[in-house]
Unconditional design. Structure first.
Ligand code: HEC
Ligand code: HEC
Length: 328
């Protein structure tokens, strides 16, 4: 929980106007594919940034990310993680974690962690959702147990718990992908309470008779829950694929010391560079070190969703879903 709160603060900084900040999160493995190639000739366009000085083989901003491996944490990876897209956990850790889980936990929680006869579903557990693969929240439950509630305590090392956390993260990420597992009856909440929550937290952007009308006819309950927990299209940011929903597109405004500014879809951002595509399709990138006084403002329409994620209680999630399910 604390960690999540600090992520919020950090994200607020990232999305604010200052790009260079001291507070850093632990590094997330940067396993995303490189950003798409800029349109031909982009580096030599009418307004070439300093990135155009890079060798011809690597004009794109991504070419500057290399030193991140041993240098400062990769901000782009942190952003992806925060936006709920999440870097996938290390497959070797997932594999070890799965073995530990099946041996120690599956008896009660089911071998896929979707719940068993005597233990709750961990894929939709708030504890697991908050843990984000770190092992911090899960570790507390595993090491102390909840003996009065039927959860025994385990003597496990930090490394073992981290591996289990990686396995559970892979399960929650799979659950955020539509249709990847069996649908269970998850519509157990109170629709009236959900409506109250909606009016307080969601109606500034959404309307049950407007954009969300018939939303429940569009998605099954599992997909609908994923949509409001993680509305970012999975391929929208930093990966290749169909263009993202324009309503959720991350945009950026770059202002140079001269006062000249550029605005467009965020193509790439990390510790060293920023790149955008203007509405005309023109691509620009800048090396931050080379551009003294550069100001970068990122606008993420889904920031509110990212901020709400750690705030929902289990009951909130079920109540919201029960309410949205009524919008057939
Ligand atoms: C004997 C059955 C049993 C075993 C074995 C077991 N658990 Fe549990 N676990 C439970 C029960 C029951 C609860 C719910 C406790 C409660 O209601 O607070 C629980 C709760 C949890 C929670 C908290 C879920 C939440 O949202 O509050 C986590 C995390 C968890 N278990 C992880 C594990 C892991 C990891 C293992 C294996 C190392 C494991 N459990 C083994 C029965 C078990
Ligand atoms: C500050 C604005 C804002 C707030 C507040 C907000 N959302 Fe969203 N929401 C968006 C944007 C932007 C999108 C992505 C564009 C879209 O699909 O409409 C989105 C997408 C969604 C979607 C997916 C729609 C689809 O067709 O796939 C659902 C469901 C949703 N939000 C539910 C909620 C709920 C429930 C709340 C309150 C708990 C909420 N939103 C609060 C801005 C907001």
């Amino acid at each position: 929980m604390n960690k999540f709160k600090s992520s919020c603060v950090l994200a607020a900084l990232i999305f604010g106007t200052t790009l260079f900040l001291a507070g850093q999160e632990p590094q997330v493995p940067a396993s995303n594919p490189p950003p798409p190639e800029p349109p031909a000739g982009a580096a030599n366009g009418p307004h070439p940034g300093p990135a155009a000085q890079l060798p011809a083989s690597g004009p794109r901003a991504g070419g500057a990310t290399k030193p991140a491996a041993q240098g400062p944490p990769n901000r782009a990876a942190m952003m992806r993680k925060f936006l709920g897209i999440g870097a996938p956990p290390d497959p070797a850790a997932v594999d070890r974690g799965q073995k530990l889980f099946v041996a120690n936990c599956a008896f009660c929680h089911g071998s896929t962690a979707n719940g068993g006869a005597t233990g709750p579903d961990l894929v939709r557990s708030v504890v697991v959702l908050h843990d984000q693969g770190t092992g911090k929240d899960i570790g507390k439950v595993v090491l102390n147990g909840r003996p009065d509630k039927g959860m025994p305590k385990f003597n496990m090392t930090e490394a073992q718990i981290k591996d289990i956390a990686a396995f559970l993260l892979s399960r929650t990420q799979a659950a955020a992908n539509r249709g990847s597992y069996e649908i269970q009856n998850i519509v157990t909440g109170d629709a009236k309470a959900g409506e109250t929550y909606f009016n307080a937290h969601c109606s500034s952007c959404h309307s049950p008779s407007g954009d969300l009308a018939h939303i429940a006819a569009k998605y099954d309950p599992v997909a609908l829950q994923s949509r409001f927990l993680y509305p970012r299209d999975r391929r929208a940011f930093g990966t290749e694929g169909p263009p993202p929903n324009p309503k959720s597109e991350i945009t950026v405004k770059v202002t140079l010391a001269s006062g000249q500014s550029y605005e467009g879809r965020l193509d790439h951002i990390d510790d060293f560079s920023v790149a955008l595509v203007e509405p005309s399709g023109e691509y620009h990138s800048w090396l931050l070190d080379a551009e003294k006084g550069i100001k970068v403002e990122v606008h993420n329409p889904l920031q509110a969703h990212a901020d709400m994620l750690p705030e929902y209680t289990n009951a909130d999630m079920h109540n919201i879903l029960a309410y949205l399910e009524k919008l057939k």
